[in-house]
Design a protein around this ligand. Structure first.
Ligand code: AKG
Length: 262
């Protein structure tokens, strides 16, 4: 087995077993070379272009430019979001069947961006029955600490009692959960083409971008294949008119198995 997946594969068993153990223990893992350096450069250019053309979210503008479901609006971003390496690795890490929730281009502008403060992802999502949500955060440029890389608190992905936290407040998560103040933090600089995977309940933040270049990341989020909509508002589900209790299926939420077979 190999550590990197920098050739296209649909076979998650190529992921080193120690990476799978680390993900299940810590709630996050660094996977070098999930895509090749050449692919990351193509998608870096495509992501910057898409973020200029597509609608970006107003929320957290000073933290990052966020473009949700780019894959439904841009062919190049679709190729990356539906990359078989990512679907295969995500399912190998969690060990259950998954489907896509959404993607997002996240650009931290040079010099001006603030940290993305500590939070968990799952409290933002209108999901029931999703116990293995997993995000793949792909670096589309080199992301050293000073360009806005991710930092995690390990082994806290079991915490399902936390409420939505404010990405722009450095106290928000720690007020809800003061004991996390004393846990070790792991900061993970990435080379272009590397990724981290993190559990939707793993506490994490990203550092500010102090460099002269934009920090370009693309995040692909998978959830349990049998996740149901719980009725809360969300930018992805609002236009769909779903009843609470509906399963999230159909073309907008393809299964990881179907992505691997593309
Ligand atoms: O890239 C960032 O600034 C934060 C990303 C993040 O919080 C996430 O992918 O869940």
């Amino acid at each position: 087995m190999t550590t990197t997946l920098d050739q296209r594969t649909t076979d998650g068993s190529r992921l080193n077993a120690s990476l799978i153990d680390a993900y299940r223990r810590d709630g996050f893992v660094h996977v070098p070379g999930i895509i090749s350096a050449a692919e990351s450069e193509t998608y870096r250019v495509a992501a910057l272009d898409a973020a200029q053309r597509l609608k970006t979210m107003e929320y957290a503008k000073s933290v990052f430019d966020q473009c949700v479901n780019a894959w439904t609006q841009d062919e190049a971003m679709k190729e990356l979001t539906l990359h078989p390496n990512i679907a295969a690795a995500a399912e190998a890490l969690v060990g259950v069947k998954l489907r896509l929730w959404h993607d997002q281009i996240l650009i931290k502008q040079p010099k001006t961006s603030k940290p993305t403060e500590f939070h968990q992802d799952q409290p933002y999502w209108p999901h029931a029955k999703s116990t293995h949500p997993i995000s793949c955060w792909v670096a589309l440029c080199d992301v050293p600490v000073e360009r806005g890389c991710m930092t995690f608190i390990a082994g806290q992905q079991h915490r399902d009692d936390l409420v939505e936290q404010d990405l722009q407040s450095d106290r928000s998560m720690f007020e809800v959960c003061p004991e996390l103040t004393w846990e070790k933090r792991v900061t993970v600089p990435l080379r272009a083409g590397d990724c981290t995977f993190h559990h939707g309940r793993a506490p994490h933040m990203a550092t500010p971008n102090f460099t002269d270049d934009p920090r370009v990341a693309h995040v692909i989020i998978y959830i349990d294949a049998d996740t149901v909509y719980d009725g809360r508002p969300h930018v992805v589900t609002d236009p769909l008119g779903l009843e609470a209790g509906s399963t999230l299926d159909g073309d907008l939420f393809p299964t990881a198995a179907s992505v691997r077979q593309r």
